[in-house]
Design a protein around this ligand. Structure first.
Ligand code: MN
Length: 206
């Protein structure tokens, strides 16, 4: 069973003008596809060939001799999660239990946006900014380098923003702050974060 590039949850031009169809064409159609293709090449004929993506990620994390498999598996996972972290009519405010939790754990929506922006802008080089649930059930904001991701650090991700240059360079050039602001104000999918929060808290309570 080879891994397949999952369909985008919206059309390539659906996030315009904040993310262009041109960027999506390269980022989803070329970069994400290449991670999937390289992963398939690397796992062919190995013990990983029949494993689920998350199993491969957890089995190869931190192993120097499996770095290529980890990087391509994690980037395959991260990009699918990133596409779902955005929506064509995204932005606005979280509601319900997510809103309450952001107030309680992170000091409110404005403070969350400040922390998330800080994480995204201080990630030197390639990486990701995250909103996660930690093992105690508390929300945290963080960042990771290259392909690294919360699920190998015992955190459950709710949202992510890709801050590799390929995510924004065609539309924003070097202006990562403008891209991150567009993500938070116009694109972020709070319904996806709420669904992930509900599942994370249910798993912690079980
Ligand atoms: Mn990317």
């Amino acid at each position: 069973m080879a891994f397949k590039l999952p369909p985008l949850p919206y059309k390539e031009d659906a996030l315009e003008p904040h993310i262009s169809a041109n960027t999506m064409g390269f980022h989803y159609g070329k970069h994400h596809q290449t991670y999937v293709d390289k992963l398939n090449d690397l796992v062919k004929g190995t013990e990983f060939e029949k494993q689920a993506l998350e199993e491969i990620i957890k089995a190869t994390a931190g192993k120097a001799d499996k770095l290529g498999i980890f990087n391509n598996a994690a980037q395959t996972w991260n990009h699918t999660f990133f596409w779902n972290s955005m929506a064509p009519k995204g932005g606005g405010k979280p509601k319900g239990s997510l809103k309450d939790k952001i107030e309680k754990d992170l000091g409110g929506l404005d403070k969350f946006k400040e922390s998330f922006t800080q994480a995204a802008l201080t990630q030197f080089g390639s990486g990701w900014a995250w909103l996660v649930v930690d093992p105690s059930g508390a929300l945290k904001v963080g960042k990771s380098s290259n392909a690294d991701l919360p699920i190998v650090h015992n955190h459950v991700p709710l949202l992510t923003c890709d801050v590799w240059e390929h995510a924004y360079y065609l539309d924003y050039q070097n202006r990562r702050p403008d891209f991150v602001a567009a993500f938070l104000e116009k694109l972020v999918n709070w319904d996806f974060a709420q669904k992930n929060l509900d599942e994370a808290l249910k798993a912690i309570a079980a």
